[in-house]
Design a protein around this ligand. Structure first.
Ligand SMILES: CC(C)(COP(=O)(O)OP(=O)(O)OC[C@H]1O[C@@H](n2cnc3c(N)ncnc32)[C@H](O)[C@@H]1OP(=O)(O)O)[C@@H](O)C(=O)NCCC(=O)NCCS
Length: 204
């Protein structure tokens, strides 16, 4: 097996045996030409976000916002009013999340009553969770969200909350599988008319 393929296959969940040399097929024990789920082992650890070292890798996981241009988020993280965890394997960031633990109006967020309530007192708010596309559905998100629940609980929080787009079926399935509870739906001003579901997780 060539070294470059090892590097590639570590980040592929599925590949076609048609693309492999016969020697590779022997290595993997493959005999037919259909798609295979490739099982591989890698050590993923969850640790605190390290800025600025992780900034570029984390940026690649963001769809629609720019970490380095989000002064509100950077201020929250720097002041300890939020925490961020990354899933890392050999220095490669596979996913990350941000949880807010204390609301401060001076950060300048566009807010509504929920925004304040869901990150005050016994509440903490999961703002971001994102796993690199090629690493999804292999347990990275589960490892991250469970670590966030543990950390929030250790900070004395009683409940975690989040908003998820009503049409984000994959994420909704993920949260429900992790025993998050659907609470209600809203169309917040800060989401340009997007219907969102609010989910909670009790940490007690
Ligand atoms: C949601 C997300 C963080 C889950 O991370 P992950 O590493 O793929 O999750 P895991 O591998 O630990 O768990 C997979 C589970 O999530 C669910 N899931 C995740 N993505 C899914 C998809 N596209 N379609 C269907 N189910 C999906 C399934 O319930 C799956 O469970 P199963 O293995 O029993 O089928 C990841 O898909 C992601 O980054 N999505 C894009 C960003 C996003 O939507 N974030 C949430 C914003 S609120």
């Amino acid at each position: 097996m060539r070294a470059d393929r090892v590097e590639i296959t570590r980040f592929l969940g599925r590949f076609s045996a048609q693309n492999l040399q016969s020697a590779d097929q022997e290595t993997f024990g493959l005999v037919s030409s259909s798609n295979y789920w490739f099982s591989y082992s890698m050590t993923v650890s969850v640790r605190a976000l390290d800025l600025p070292a992780d900034a570029n890798q984390v940026q690649c996981l963001m769809d629609d916002s720019d970490l380095c241009n989000s002064p509100e988020l950077l201020k929250c993280l720097a002041s300890g009013d939020a925490f961020s965890l990354v899933a890392d394997t050999d220095g490669i960031v596979l996913g990350w999340l941000v949880v807010h633990t204390n609301f401060r109006p001076e950060y300048g967020w566009v807010v509504d009553a929920d925004t304040v309530r869901l990150q005050s007192d016994g509440n903490a708010y999961l703002e971001i969770i994102s796993v690199a596309i090629d690493s999804r559905n292999s347990g990275v998100g589960t490892q991250l969200i469970r670590a966030a629940e543990h950390k929030a609980k250790s900070l004395g929080k009683l409940n975690l909350w989040l908003h998820v787009r009503d049409d984000n079926a994959g994420a909704i399935r993920f949260y429900e599988r992790e025993q998050w509870t659907y609470e209600y739906s809203v169309t917040p001003d800060w989401r340009d008319g997007q219907r969102m579901r609010v989910y909670s997780k009790s940490l007690i």
